[in-house]
Write a protein that binds this ligand. Structure first.
Ligand code: DAH
Length: 339
């Protein structure tokens, strides 16, 4: 056997050994470089045994090259078949994990707080007829109260709801008393500035039963204040006017920063100035609304309230969000702060 053949055989045997111990694509790539690379075994061999004038040698070398390539190819195919190139079981890098949006978390929390005392979560239309949205709530066409909200009218009779109070009549139609609902939904108003987004969320409570009084409204309000804002928070009612409630109130919650005193170190509290922060509207359901919901106001009474989701979220967290509209963007740099 010519000397060069012995040498070639050594290379071939060494290749088999290397191939056997290869387990990854990287291993196979390294073997390829080791044997077929410019400085690899085969090229080095050709420097010592030039093929010129020796066609047999040229043929043997080509055969070996082809064998090496074919075996590498075969092993690569097996590897890609048996092991995925991406390990789907690896945990994601922390900064790539998603989380529930701040507003969705608040909605879930509000839902849970009211669920504990038997309120059923409802979702009523965001596009609704004038009847549910206004007329049935004792706000006749042409009434000045229509101007309170900057409503988007889609047609003469359909609106993008500017409050969740439209859920009240739907609920009375769907559920006979006792009624205890919390309707959480999107609301729309023609307002856009640093503290208003044209789309925001409200939660609307409605309780209708026999002998429901303002005392029940007060206790539910205090329950929510303590559970959402924290132990020791108090509420108060201030007289107000809404068409669909009589009497009507605005509900305030005691300020956390100054413990409801309105002063810190003899200076007016910069958060509230008065010791109280405004939560939103509430009242005893108007007789006309009960009638419109097909309930006899001489038998049934109820209370209702409608508060802003983003408002309670900002009130509790003390977050100073420079622009409320940021909450509605998809900017991960902003949202990622609230994981
Ligand atoms: N719908 C009113 C608004 O968006 C808030 C409201 C006030 C809801 C009194 C109520 C209520 O249920 O009783 O301004």
């Amino acid at each position: 056997m010519p000397a060069y053949q012995e040498e070639l055989e050594k290379i071939a045997n060494q290749f088999e050994v290397d191939l056997k111990s290869a387990t990854t694509f990287d291993d196979l790539n390294n073997i390829e470089i080791k044997y077929l690379g410019r400085q690899g075994f085969i090229n080095n061999f050709l420097k010592i045994y030039p093929p010129k004038g020796n066609p047999e040698l040229g043929k043997d070398v080509n055969q070996l090259k082809q064998r090496v390539s074919a075996h590498l190819e075969e092993r690569r195919n097996k590897l890609s078949y048996h092991s995925p190139k991406i390990d789907l079981t690896l945990p994601l890098k922390d900064d790539l994990t998603g989380s529930t949006h701040l507003i969705s978390r608040t909605i879930e929390e509000i839902e849970d707080i009211f669920a504990k005392i038997g309120f059923a979560r409802r979702r009523y239309p965001e596009i609704d007829t004038d009847w549910y949205y206004a007329e049935g709530l004792n706000i006749p066409k042409g009434h000045p109260a229509r101007d309170d909200q900057e409503t988007f009218y889609l047609t003469n009779d359909f609106v993008l709801t500017a409050h969740t109070s439209n859920g009240q009549l739907h609920e009375m139609e769907n559920q006979k008393p006792p009624i205890r609902m919390i309707n959480i939904g999107k609301t729309y108003r023609r307002q856009a500035d640093t503290s208003h987004n044209p789309m925001f969320h409200q939660f609307e409570g409605l309780v209708v039963d026999i002998d429901i009084s303002i005392a029940n409204l007060i206790s539910i309000t205090n329950y929510f204040a303590e559970n959402y804002f924290g132990v020791g928070r108090k509420t108060r009612l201030r007289p107000h006017h809404f068409q669909f409630t009589e009497p009507s109130f605005e509900i305030d919650i005691s300020c956390d920063l100054c413990s409801g005193t309105g002063v810190i170190d003899s200076v007016p509290c910069k958060m509230c100035k008065s010791g109280w922060l405004e939560l939103g509207g509430a009242g005893m359901v108007h007789r006309n609304v009960l009638k419109n919901g097909d309930l006899d106001p001489d038998i049934y009474s109820g209370f209702a309230f409608g508060w802003g989701v983003e408002r309670v979220l900002l009130m509790r967290s003390g977050l100073k969000i420079a622009d409320l509209r940021n909450l509605f963007t998809d900017d991960i740099r902003f949202l990622g702060q609230f994981k």
